[in-house]
Design a protein. Sequence first.
Length: 292
Amino acid sequence: MEMLRKIKENVMLAGVLMLVCLIWETMPVSAAEMPAGSVSENSIPVTDEEMDSEEDIKNSMDADKIFQMEEIEDQKMLMPPEEDAGQEKEEPVLVSGDQFQTVNYRGDILTDWQPILEALKGLTPESLTDGGNGNGMLVLQLKNVGNIPSEVKECIVANEPGYTKLLQCSLGYGVSVVLNGAEDNSGFCGISNTHVSVGSEKRGKKSVATTVRFESHENIGAIVSLQVNLPQCSKGTKVSVYAETVAVDGEGNVTVGENACIGTTKAGENGNVEIPIQSTANYMFVYKEAKE
């Protein structure tokens, strides 16, 4: 009987244990017992004060970035605009000193006869750097002139009352050819070659002979002025002028004769003389040498 009673007690105890296990498994886990798997065991909690400090640093960094961007934009605005890669930069036109060109024309230096003729047509005191000097003469000066076209005669005709146009063509070596609009230039046929050479030599004990030699002989067809600056010649000195006689037949053949005295003149400032000519030939000027 005693054994039977113990067996019953063990069965009842085992039933109770099973019931307890079933009840434990079905109970929910409380919040205090839940594992904090999302937080590291070594992490330090962040306080509200530290969060505010981090926000201030971020705002300060953002402000610095905005300021730097504004500085870059300001520098871009101050920088000159970049030229397009495909756009060619215009360079100033350089004119050599020994090139054919205008001397006293206001504005661009003209180096071709076509624009020079246009400028001569509309010449006014305002067109010249010296304003015409107020003497009623409008003198357009050219240098290094190798030829003079016949169209010049149509461009020096006065287009405004009160002004006389002159075209002064410097050939070098102190020699110039001048066309005067007040003269009859209707027969002017141009000069294809105005190249000259100048040489001086002693004549006796006191005289000097200066010769202007044109490279070719041409009939000009009108009277123009030949201006020459004579070396070793003082103002007021008497000058005897000699010229080759040049004859041109109907076929254009030129016959050059002997030198003949065509007159006398007096030297102006710095030994300048001016004579009328109708052809390009050799001209000789004989005068007394100035004392040093």
